[in-house]
Design a protein around this ligand. Sequence first.
Ligand code: IPD
Ligand code: CA
Ligand code: CA
Ligand code: CA
Length: 261
Amino acid sequence: MSNNKELEEFDRKVQNLLWLVSDQTIKRMNAPLVVDTKSSSDDLVTNVDQQNERLMRSQLMNIDPSARIVGEEESFRHQLDQNLSGNIWIIDPIDGTLNFVKQRDHFAIMLALYCDGQPTLGYIMDVMNKHLYHAWRGHGAYVDNKRLAKPVDAHLDESLIAINGWQLMKNNFQQQEIARRAAGLRMYGSAGIEIVHVLKGQLGGYTSRLKPWDIAAGRVIAEELGLIVKTIDDQPINVLSSNTVLVATKKVCQDIWQITK
Ligand code: IPD
Ligand code: CA
Ligand code: CA
Ligand code: CA
């Protein structure tokens, strides 16, 4: 398990790494992208997703040589089992790849460190707005060098909420009823960007079915601000599998759990 001195060093190096990857992403996205589909026509991967993950992985191997590193595009299947011991870095090299391809905007780069299963460091880079949201568990949450304030704990009917479009159409956890009871509904298409809106208090909550790399970083930052990160029906998140995640203020969670339980 890493000590504070080591974590401080990781934090400094990883922030530099994320600015580097962000700059490279902006340069590369102006050249033609190589786009492939994965499981379905809206599940895309580009050359930039792959290049970002490769660069992050190789730099992390220098920064924390004994850690395991998992990433969405290359290393997940080979590296994650049910064993959470030691340091695990979790990479989402572009979050919101569909936005990246269609809009060249509204996407993020995300990275997290879990130590013995404990969410410890989290980073969400809002590339086009050039802001890095980050937290070290127990040491506050920041945007760049500025400390983030805890969001106001408002109820669902006073809050805007974001729900993934497919989830809303399927209505598995009565998401349509949740949307009706909120002050308004928003959809941005990147878990990282949606979580940033919750961190800033612009949304009262966000829910989507998410894979480990979609929520790993946001969880560290959100929990550091006193926000709740659980499943939409009030269960703990399993770090290693897909969960229908709810990131929200305490009051929004209580209001939503009354609907889903
Ligand atoms: C996706 C985005 C999207 C969310 C999906 C994620 P990706 O990430 O965050 O907003 O609804 O569940 O998979 O694939 O673009 O990294
Ligand atoms: Ca993807
Ligand atoms: Ca993602
Ligand atoms: Ca991704």
